[in-house]
Design a protein around this ligand. Structure first.
Ligand SMILES: Nc1nc2c(c(=O)[nH]1)N[C@H]1C(S)=C(S)[C@@H](COP(=O)(O)O)O[C@H]1N2
Ligand SMILES: [Mo]
Length: 434
C-alpha cells in the first residue's frame, strides 16, 4: 500500500458535513466502515461454515461447464439499462437506453450496458453487404469494403460518448426534480476502449481538395442520420471505430463501423457509417437544424456546439441506492470534459457552502471518464451532497441556476449543471435542486 506524503490523523475533516481528507483511507488507522464483526471464529474455519454440514450448495456440486460467450451472474439480472421510448409502440426504436450508473464502478462501461441513443432503431447490418464511401471535394473518390478497411492501421483510445440530451432530468425542462435513479438522470454517458482507423489516413488517401472545409457523415440506419463536421476535427483525432472494449462494435453502437469524435456531442459520432462527403460548407441537415441546437433567452439558437462541457456526478450515494445508517462511507462518482482532461473534482456535503478536494483515480485521460473518491463520515443528519468538476481548459462546472440562465425555458441540451442529492435522516436519497 502506498504511503501518504505526510501522516494524516484519523478522521481529519476537510469540509463541512463530515467530508474527510482524500487520503484518510490510505493513512490507515481505526476506520470501521460497515462489516459485521464475527465473534469467536475458530481459526481454521470461515464464517460461511467451510467445515461442517452448513457448507453452501455450490461447494458440494461441480460448477457449470464452459460456454462460448460469457454472461454476468444470474444474480445481477437487475443490472440493466433504463429504457425510455417517448413515442411508444409507434416508433419503438426511437429513444434511449441509459447506463445504470448506480450499479457500476470503475470507468469503463461494459458493452451490454453502453447507453444507446437511436433515432429509428438498430439496423441489422451484414458487414459483407456494407461499404463506406468517401466522395465530394476529393481527388479520388474511394469505396471501402469491410475487408479492405480492416487492412489499415488502427489506434486504440479510451473515450467517453455523451449524448447532448444527457441529464435532461436535471435541465430546465423539468421545473420539479424527478425521483429516478442516477442512471436515468445522467446515464446517457458511457465509456469504452475504442479501436479504429484514424479518419485522417483515409481522407489523405482520397486527397483533400483545398476548398474542402467540412464533411457530411451519414449513417445507414432507417433514420439516415447525418451531421456536418469541421475538417480540422477529422484531421485531428476522429476515428472510424470498429472495436469496442476489444470486441467488434455492438449493433447498438454502430456495427460494423461508426464515426467517433472524441469529446464532441454524441450525436456527431454517426453510427452505421456509410458515407463521408467532403464539402466547402456545413450541409445543415435536419439533425443540426431542427434538433441539437440550443435556444437562448433572446430567441436565438446556438448551432454547432461540439464539445461536451466539464461535468461530474456522484454515483454513490445517489438515487437508486439506499444508505445503511450513519457511519463511514466513500463518496464516489464520475467526471469528464470534452474540452480536455479533468484537473480537479470537489465534493460538498453542505449544499455547496464548503468543498473538499476528491482523489482522482489515475490515469486521468483526456476525453475519458475519471473516477473520484472521498471518505465521508455521515452523522445521520440531513445533508446535500454535490460534486463540482474542473478541466484543464480552466472550465468549472456551473450550479443549476447559472446553467439555466444561459438558455430559454425547456432547453435541455448540453446540461452540465451540478447535481445535488439530499440525504434525509431516515437514509432516503433524493434528487433536489439547490
Ligand atoms: N446513424 C445514426 N447515428 C447516430 C444516432 C442515430 O440515431 N443514427 N444517434 C446519435 C446520438 S443522438 C448519439 S448521443 C450517439 C449515441 O451513441 P451510442 O448509441 O453508441 O451510445 O450516436 C449518434 N449517432
Ligand atoms: Mo444524442
Amino acid at each position: 500500500m502506498p504511503l501518504p506524503e505526510k501522516p494524516i490523523p484519523d478522521l481529519e475533516r476537510d469540509a463541512g458535513g463530515g467530508l474527510m481528507h482524500r487520503r484518510t483511507f490510505l493513512a490507515g488507522g481505526a476506520l470501521a466502515v460497515g462489516a459485521s464483526a464475527v465473534a469467536g471464529l475458530p481459526s481454521q474455519a470461515s464464517a460461511q461454515g467451510a467445515i461442517g454440514p452448513d457448507q453452501p450448495l455450490w461447494m458440494k456440486t461441480p460448477g457449470a461447464p464452459f460456454r462460448g460467450y460469457g454472461l454476468p451472474s444470474r444474480f445481477e439480472e437487475g443490472v440493466a439499462r433504463h429504457i425510455l421510448q417517448p413515442y411508444g409502440e409507434l416508433s419503438p426504436g426511437a429513444g434511449v437506453s441509459m447506463t445504470p450508473l448506480q450499479a457500476m464502478h470503475g470507468t469503463i462501461t461494459p458493452n451490454g450496458l453502453h447507453f444507446n441513443r437511436s433515432h429509428n432503431g438498430v439496423p441489422d447490418i451484414d458487414p459483407d453487404g456494407h461499404k463506406l464511401l468517401i466522395h465530394g471535394l476529393v481527388d479520388r473518390p474511394l469505396m471501402f469494403t469491410m475487408d479492405q478497411l480492416m487492412r489499415y492501421p488502427t489506434v486504440t483510445r479510451t473515450l467517453f460518448i455523451e449524448c447532448s440530451g444527457n441529464s435532461f432530468f436535471n435541465s430546465n425542462l423539468f421545473p420539479e426534480a424527478m425521483q429516478v435513479p442516477v442512471g436515468m438522470i445522467h446515464g446517457l454517458v458511457s465509456a469504452a476502449e475504442w479501436t479504429g482507423i484514424p479518419l485522417a489516413i483515409l481522407l489523405d488517401e482520397a486527397g483533400i481538395k483545398g476548398e474542402a472545409k467540412w464533411i457530411l457523415a451519414e449513417g445507414a440506419d432507417a433514420a439516415g442520420m447525418s451531421r456536418s463536421v469541421p475538417i480540422a476535427k477529422c484531421l485531428d483525432d476522429a476515428m472510424i471505430a470498429i472495436y469496442q472494449n476489444g470486441e467488434r462494435v455492438r449493433p447498438e453502437q454502430g456495427y460494423p463501423m461508426r464515426l467517433l469524435l472524441p469529446g464532441y456531442e454524441g450525436n456527431m459520432s454517426v453510427k452505421w457509417l456509410r458515407r463521408i462527403k467532403l464539402t466547402d460548407a456545413p450541409t445543415h441537415t435536419k439533425d443540426e437544424t431542427s434538433k441539437y441546437t440550443e435556444l437562448q433567452p433572446d430567441g436565438k439558437s446556438r448551432q454547432f456546439t461540439y464539445a461536451m462541457d466539464v461535468k461530474s456526478t456522484i454515483t454513490r450515494p445517489a438515487t437508486g441506492l439506499a444508505m445503511q445508517g450513519p457511519g463511514l462511507y466513500e463518496v464516489t462518482g464520475l467526471a469528464w470534459s470534452g474540452n480536455g482532461s479533468i484537473s480537479k473534482v470537489e465534493v460538498s456535503a453542505d449544499g455547496g457552502q464548503s468543498w473538499a478536494e476528491a482523489a482522482l483515480e489515475g490515469p486521468v485521460l483526456p476525453h475519458a471518464l475519471v473516477r473520484f473518491r472521498l471518505p465521508w463520515q455521515w452523522d445521520g443528519g440531513p445533508v446535500v451532497l454535490q460534486s463540482r468538476a474542473h478541466d484543464t481548459a480552466g472550465n468549472i462546472q456551473p450550479n443549476r441556476s447559472d446553467w439555466s440562465r444561459q438558455y430559454a425555458a425547456g432547453q435541455l441540451y448540453h446540461c452540465n449543471a451540478i447535481q445535488s442529492w439530499s440525504i434525509a435522516a431516515d437514509g432516503e436519497i433524493k434528487n433536489v435542486y439547490s
